[in-house]
Design a protein around this ligand. Structure first.
Ligand code: ADP
Ligand code: MG
Length: 466
């Protein structure tokens, strides 16, 4: 048993419970007392079996989840019935403690085996961020496989595991999937999942409250520590220092750490070298924007989970038009479904096009670069990239170059001056002239529009895979 003492946590749980339930309900049911702690449980004395049954039924889960939040690990609650020693007394005095009742003999104990088999939700993990809901695609195959391997054997390989990449690409989802899988399959393991910001705030609070030892105990005795968005730690030297020591303790004990970051660790600023080198140990993998197939698969998965059917052609235009990240992709789908539900109509291509017009035009610049445009246009007209960018003015090159400029102006945010520069150091008037030419031609040549349309689609597709 050792020297476990969770009474501080228990007191805090009681404080919170009192303020949440109100004095009346609290007085009715919480005439109970802390007894003792073991490594994984707290024993609480209750005055009768009836009390015990009610507490187990109504409050045990509630209390255990509060304990979890405070202690960062699962601590079960065991209720023991301690009949009041003298018959008159219906219950204990609320905070009385041992002084008010005869301390021995140790009462007859009915241990209530806590409802450990009932799988409760982990309070820090989103229950939908699971591997089951995560589409493994072109952009995340390696990261997903590593994550799966880690959740089978946490702490044994790939430690730490660090996932980096831009916003909305699935870093948090993948990290929490590890947590959820471990939580489900290895109930004995203690999993903590927080953001770097929460870590920082809690650390500062613990300094303020003079409870840094509790803080250290909480984070240095976990089996799986998941910390989201570590870029937040830039400039936070105190928290970096604390995390450095936490890292070392966990690393030496072969406990699994998983971090996410919005950029490669090498690009973080104002991060101590020693913490940087710790992050870079183990395995660092990046997530990329998904390609068209993966985007379609993700949309299908989300649709499956809901109750509204969405035609394939609609999935296709969403996946085609939104290539930036998964969050935007989901947002578009959600918007469309919300609209359809509101007006009680089936989702059609037309509705989708109308409703998502703005979303599509916002995201159309996605990852499109001038370089990508040049490559795709060159490819389309069977020219070389260098020819298109270069000085030659022969007719077979001049027209494709004008088309490339026209498209670039249309689908990117570049100014004509910037475009001139990107197109081999030309003057902005050249770009303007090219765009005019194409506009004139468009009026005369009915095929040109569809040619340009096809090239634009190819550029977007290419860019989303790049
Ligand atoms: P990040 O942490 O990288 O900003 P998130 O993990 O929050 O991104 O992902 C954004 C949204 O996209 C979430 O709702 C997540 O469920 C979803 N998502 C991202 N990648 C995938 C994927 N491969 N399969 C299914 N959903 C995904
Ligand atoms: Mg995230």
């Amino acid at each position: 048993m050792g020297s476990w003492n969770f009474s501080v946590f228990w007191d805090e749980v009681m404080n919170q419970t009192r303020s949440e339930l109100g004095d009346h309900e609290f007085a009715m049911w919480f005439n109970i007392q802390y007894d003792s702690s073991s490594e994984s449980a707290i024993t609480i004395r209750v005055p009768s079996s009836f009390y015990k049954d009610q507490l187990v039924k109504q409050y045990q889960g509630f209390l255990e989840s509060k304990l979890f939040d405070l202690a960062g690990r699962r601590i079960a609650i065991e209720f023991i019935v301690v009949k009041p020693t003298q018959s008159a007394d219906p219950a204990f005095s609320p905070q009385g403690g041992d002084g008010q009742r005869s301390p021995e003999p140790r009462p007859k104990i009915e241990v209530n085996v806590p409802a450990a088999k009932v799988k409760e939700k982990h309070s820090q993990l989103r229950s939908d961020y699971t591997f089951e809901n995560f589409v493994i695609g072109d952009n995340n195959g390696f990261a997903s496989n590593a994550a799966l391997a880690i959740s089978k054997n946490p702490g044994t390989s790939y430690n730490p595991f660090l996932i980096y990449g831009g916003v909305g690409l699935g870093k948090t989802h993948l990290m929490q999937s590890i947590g959820n899988r471990v939580w489900r399959d290895s109930p004995k393991l203690k999993v903590i999942c927080i953001t770097a910001e929460e870590f920082t705030n809690e650390f500062i609070q613990s300094i303020h409250d003079k409870t840094t030892q509790n803080f250290k105990n909480k984070y240095r005795y976990v089996d799986v520590l998941l910390i989201d968005d570590i870029h937040f730690l830039q400039n936070k030297l105190g928290s970096q220092e604390e995390l450095f020591h936490t890292f070392n303790a966990l690393y030496d004990a072969n406990k699994q750490m998983v971090f996410t970051c919005d950029r490669p660790v090498s690009e973080l600023k104002n991060l101590s070298d020693r913490l940087r080198s710790r992050f870079e140990r183990g395995l660092n993998v990046d997530l990329q924007p998904p390609n068209f197939e993966t985007r379609s698969a993700i949309l299908k998965k989300k649709i499956e989970a809901g109750r509204i059917s969405v035609p394939d052609e609609v999935i296709e235009i969403i996946a085609k038009n939104i290539s930036t990240n998964v969050r935007d992709l989901e947002a578009a789908l959600t918007k469309l479904i919300a609209y359809a539900e509101l007006v009680h109509r089936e989702i059609t291509l037309e509705i989708a096009q109308n409703q998502l017009k703005d979303v599509f035009s916002q995201s159309k610049h996605g990852n499109v670069t001038i370089d990508n445009i040049l490559r795709v246009v060159a490819d389309y007209f069977k020219l070389s990239y260098n020819d298109l960018k270069g000085k030659k003015r022969t007719k077979n090159i001049a027209l494709p170059r004008q088309i490339a400029m026209f498209i670039a102006r249309d689908i990117t945010e570049y100014s004509t001056t910037e475009l001139g520069f990107e197109f081999g150091g030309r003057d902005h008037t050249t770009v303007m002239h090219a765009c005019q030419k194409i506009e004139e031609r468009l009026k005369l040549d009915p095929n040109l529009e569809s040619t340009i349309g096809a090239i634009v689609r190819a550029i977007k597709d290419y860019s989303s895979k790049a």
